[in-house]
Design a protein around this ligand. Structure first.
Ligand code: DC
Length: 235
């Protein structure tokens, strides 16, 4: 019986964060949001005025930035960059838009992937992103590729943004998601792709009676964890 390493990949708005957070909490595992790390680099680049064209400067930034995850008062995970709480600041449309091209820079990826591998060492971790099952943790015990229809993903992101008080149309969110997916899936270095040995789940279509799609997905993954011998589920 063991503590597993769980990799969850998929496009923007598929519900990865909600699923990964819930799973980590149920299993008592660490939750690592690797997208937040690319966002942190994009945020700091804006603060320091490093332009997107300066790949060397951005790589140096990714090598020296100190990104930490800490539990917040409300149970939500907080993201700290060089000691500063940036949990909200990294979720703005400006940072979302910049994080995608920043994440396409190989030097930035090398620096962050090294940190992510160190965090995944030893198991007991749920890590989500775009290249976790393919590049970061190719030996993960469980690999999930989670997606949902473009319309549904846009609707969820739009709800999230408008609930936070941002004014944006559903059409604009859909356009931004399409643009980001296209870039994340076609970049040369570690594009979003489904690992061959991953399990494909669609959060639009996991119909389990009386459950929300996210709960349905979490339940499916918990069943897989049990099959693979996770100690808190066997006994
Ligand atoms: O998951 P997210 O939307 O917070 O990710 C922000 C950006 O970072 C996204 O455009 C893709 C990129 N990303 C990546 O390239 N590799 C990862 N493992 C995670 C995110």
């Amino acid at each position: 019986m063991k503590r597993l390493t769980i990799a969850i990949d998929g496009p923007a708005g598929a519900g990865k964060s909600t699923v990964a957070r819930r799973l980590a909490s149920l299993l008592g595992y660490a939750y690592i949001d690797t997208g937040a790390m690319y966002r942190a680099v994009a945020w700091k680049a804006i603060q320091q005025g490093i332009p997107l064209e300066d790949a060397e400067g951005l790589t140096r930034l990714a090598q020296t930035i100190r990104i930490a995850f800490a539990p917040g008062e409300n149970g939500e995970q907080q993201v700290l960059v060089d000691g500063e709480n940036v949990t909200q600041a990294i979720r703005t449309p400006e940072v979302s838009a910049l994080s995608s091209p920043v994440s396409a820079i190989s030097g930035v990826r090398r620096a962050l992937v090294a940190q992510q591998r160190a965090m995944g060492d030893g198991g007991g971790v749920v890590m989500e992103g775009r290249d976790i099952g393919t590049v970061v943790l190719p030996n993960a015990d469980i690999k999930i590729f989670l997606t949902a229809s473009e319309q549904e993903r846009a609707r969820r992101r739009w709800l999230e943004l408008t609930q936070k008080g941002q004014t944006i149309s559903l059409e604009e969110v859909l356009r931004q998601i399409q643009e980001r997916d296209a870039r994340d899936s076609t970049r040369a270095d570690s594009p979003l792709a489904q690992a061959q040995d991953s399990i494909f789940l669609d959060s639009d279509g996991v119909p389990v009676e009386g459950m929300s799609p996210v709960e349905g997905v979490v339940n499916r993954i918990l069943a897989i964890c049990r099959e693979r011998g996770e100690r808190s589920l066997c006994g």
